[in-house]
Design a protein around this ligand. Sequence first.
Ligand SMILES: [Zn+2]
Length: 63
Amino acid sequence: MAQWQCSNCGYTFNTDDLPEKCLSCKETCSFNDVTCYIPDCGGTGNIDPRLVTERKGNIPKKE
Ligand SMILES: [Zn+2]
């Protein structure tokens, strides 16, 4: 099962069948595949934290 993140609101969820609209913000938006494909983050049942983007303008830039 793949992990996805809404490019609009940043909501993450897992599904094999992408919805037309985000489950969280109810907008028609694109979804980024944030599935973990390496053992470092636990395999495909997990989200790869490196791929997850924070909501724009919400989080201060990290070092
Ligand atoms: Zn959304």
